[in-house]
Write a protein that binds this ligand. Structure first.
Ligand code: PLP
Length: 385
């Protein structure tokens, strides 16, 4: 077995080899610029982009014309929030989000505040879910956007997006959902779920890094966002820059595969995740964080009491790749803002680990992980006394 066992699929997924295969010709013989419309090199690239746009749209129930390619979810999030904030200034300057959002959302909201906007950060209940009454109470005549993630990257907890979208509709407010962790893992339909904008990223769904998309609703209502990267007017003027054709082809293929796998993969992954979780929770002084009912099939987050989180992670990491908090903030030793919002103490938050499974996780890997983590935690605890 290749060590360390990879249980950090929420940070990034390995590429599906079928995705790489699809991309390769677009680095080599089909290298054209998708915006070159006077020769076959350009046409070939442009056709490949069209197909990928359909594949991405298909996975989330959107129309291909509603897909804007970006460099990843962070950029999509910036484009959605700043794009609405700048374009709907006359209507208002207030945005509602939630304390457990990814830093890409929180930091963009901080930018909004520094630029004269107002932001309400909703708390979450101990399960990690927002209260709809608090959301409705936070709405003012100035509210232009509700930005609530689909599923949390540290706990997998799913927010009640359908109800949120109904509230947003009722008050004539746009609803953006950062669905970076949820797309490809569970069924999403932007029309049934009611999102006006949605962010996704290829490297979380077995595609390449550095490519993602923003879904932008084109009718009922038509959403207009200001571009954040100016230039040649690509992507309907919403995101300029020569298209990353191999990346886009990879994202498209990754979405196509996810769509095909959606019927069986989530169930199979959940079986392994549940086994891991059940076995680890049999140990004394362990606790599961986040909702047990509304959650992604691939993530679990477990606190270990009576350990030194830092030291324990060092002991585990050569055997099992897990993480504390999200990848972008895991270099810091600050306790996770998500777990703190759920009511955990700093110490407990620092000794909590996210384990995230994926398409390529096997039963023997999970059995190895259970055995190894148990032994390491027990040894660690006895050494501490
Ligand atoms: C919920 C969530 N939003 C946004 C991002 C940022 O995605 P990207 O790496 O594509 O910029 C991530 C990835 O860490 C995430 O988990």
């Amino acid at each position: 077995m290749k060590l360390p066992v990879y249980l950090d699929n929420a940070a990034t997924t390995p590429m599906d080899p079928k995705v790489l295969e699809e991309m390769l010709p677009y680095f080599l013989e089909n290298f054209g610029n998708a915006a070159s419309n006077s020769h076959v090199y350009g046409w070939t690239a442009s056709e490949a982009v069209d197909i990928a746009r359909e594949q991405v749209a298909e996975l989330i129930g959107a129309h291909p014309s509603e897909i804007v390619f970006t460099s990843g979810a962070t950029e999509s999030i910036n484009l959605a929030i700043k794009g609405v904030f700048e374009n709907y200034k006359e209507k208002g300057n207030h945005i509602i989000t939630c304390v457990t959002e990814h830093r890409a959302v929180l930091d963009t909201c901080e930018w909004v505040e520094n630029t004269g906007g107002k932001v309400t950060y909703l708390p979450v209940n101990p399960e990690g879910v927002i209260e709809l009454t608090e959301l409705e109470n936070a709405i003012t005549s100035q509210t232009i956007l509700i930005s609530i993630m689909f599923a949390n990257n540290e706990t997998g907890t799913i927010q009640p997006v359908e109800e949120i979208s109904k509230l947003a509709r009722k008050h004539g407010i746009l609803f953006f959902s950062d669905a970076t962790q949820a797309v490809g893992k569970i069924l999403i339909d932007v029309n049934e779920d009611g999102m006006d904008m949605l962010s996704l990223s290829a490297h979380k769904l077995y595609g390449p890094k550095g490519i993602g998309a923003l879904y932008v609703r084109r009718r009922n209502p038509k959403v207009n966002i200001s571009s954040q990267i100016h230039g040649g007017g690509h992507e309907k003027n919403m995101r300029s820059g020569t298209l990353n054709v191999p990346g886009i082809v990879g994202l498209g293929k990754a979405c196509e595969i996810c769509k095909m796998e959606l019927e069986s993969e989530p169930g199979a992954v959940a079986v392994l995740r549940n086994l891991l979780e059940r076995e680890l929770l049999k140990m004394e002084g362990t606790k599961k964080n986040g909702s047990m009912e509304n959650r992604l099939p691939n993530i679990t987050n477990i606190s270990f009491e009576h350990v030194n989180g830092e030291a324990l992670l060092l002991e585990i990491c050569s055997e099992i790749a897990v993480s504390r908090g999200s990848a972008c903030s895991s270099v810091t030793t600050k306790p996770s803002h998500v777990l703190k919002a759920l009511g955990l103490s700093d110490t407990l938050a620092l000794s909590s680990f996210r384990m995230s499974l994926g398409r390529f996780t096997t039963l023997s890997q999970i059995e190895y992980a259970v055995q190894t983590i148990r032994t390491i935690v027990e040894n660690h605890r006895s050494n501490m006394h």
